[in-house]
Design a protein around this ligand. Sequence first.
Ligand code: FES
Length: 87
Amino acid sequence: MLRISLNLNEPTMILCICKAVSEREIDAAVRSGASTLAAVGERCSGAGTDCGMCHEAIEERLEGSCASCPRVRDCHATPPALASAAL
Ligand code: FES
């Protein structure tokens, strides 16, 4: 089950006009593991599956995500100094 939490008090921009999907929804899908345009479409009411005008904006968000980074394991690992200090 995919849960997406939205704060409706903050403004957001619609990235996919055809499917009325906001940047916040797309960012949430990327954070929850969507790593391709197709995966974002599956998790976000078909975002990017109609005219394609939003593809570049969605791909920019995918490229900036941890899921697309080859160093994600190193980046998310706890530094040794912090790990010992926490004990
Ligand atoms: S604007 Fe996203 S598919 Fe048309």
